[in-house]
Design a protein around this ligand. Structure first.
Ligand SMILES: Cc1cc2nc3c(=O)[nH]c(=O)nc-3n(C[C@H](O)[C@H](O)[C@H](O)COP(=O)(O)O)c2cc1C
Length: 235
């Protein structure tokens, strides 16, 4: 296997496999190397949806890989946070939408504690967006439309309805997939119970533009009396 090279040098695979080697590699990789576009804080729009939309389109335009992938953080009933990456499905005046199985770990945590945070990071443009607030379920029609627009393989696995449960055997998965395949063939429009579209209705949205000199530009929108206030934050 070839050496592992970062900006500050190269290491053999054996070196990297050691705790010290890995530490050195971690310290040798630089960050905030993307091309940061102008962030005109004084002329930011009054609404975070508008700014998100502008930033998102820019990320798409410059070819950020999977710009719609975001980290969804939830909190269990006992206060333990957990986070995972999901795909953003829509953004509108109601909020930032995603669709999941309500019986999964994240779904159960949202049922126990209907608040969440979403985090986007687009390294190519050195931009991060943080969104947090209460979470509400969209209508069953929205959830059904989301489900039916998914590729067949994604619908089959979702129909098994067992995401995040302990996996015991391949045969169980194969049987469940076959059952889902038969079900989809008989009723192509079937939507699993529990398939739910949610909206994070933010009361806080922060736009962060990174700077290699660490003079990051930060703008936080906060919901105030049904409108939005905004403040710059220290880097
Ligand atoms: C790029 C990317 C996209 C993903 N998209 C989804 C998704 O749309 N829906 C989903 O349930 N899991 C998706 N996952 C998997 C989740 O991160 C997670 O593993 C899964 O939802 C189970 O999470 P939970 O056990 O906390 O419920 C995606 C993972 C990655 C890396």
């Amino acid at each position: 296997m070839s050496d592992v090279c970062v900006e500050s040098g190269c290491w053999t695979v054996e070196q990297v496999a050691s705790v010290e080697g890995l530490r050195e590699v971690l310290r040798g990789i630089s960050v905030l190397k993307g091309q940061a576009p102008e962030f005109d804080l004084d002329n930011a729009p009054g609404n975070p949806v508008e700014l998100f939309s502008t930033w998102f389109r820019y990320a798409v335009d410059v070819g950020v890989v999977e710009p719609h992938a975001m980290t969804l953080s939830t909190v269990a009933a006992d206060g333990r946070p957990s986070a995972r990456v999901l795909i953003l499905k829509d953004v509108d005046a109601t909020g930032w939408h995603f669709a999941i199985n309500a019986g999964s770990r994240k779904g159960l945590e949202l049922a126990a504690n209907p608040v969440a945070a979403l985090t986007f990071y687009w390294p190519q443009v050195v931009r991060q967006v943080r969104i947090s607030g209460p979470v509400v379920a969209d209508s069953p029609q929205v959830a059904a439309a989301d489900f039916l627009a998914r590729p067949i393989g994604s619908r089959q696995i979702a129909l098994t309805g067992r995401q995040s449960q302990i996996f015991h055997a391949d045969s169980e998965l194969e049987d469940a997939l076959e059952k889902a395949r038969v079900e989809l063939e008989a009723s192509p429009d079937s939507v699993p119970t529990g398939w739910t579209s949610y909206a994070v209705q933010p009361d806080e949205v922060e736009f962060w533009q990174g700077d290699p000199a660490r003079l990051h530009k930060r703008l936080r929108y906060e919901r105030i009396d049904g409108g939005w206030g905004r403040n710059r934050l220290w880097p």
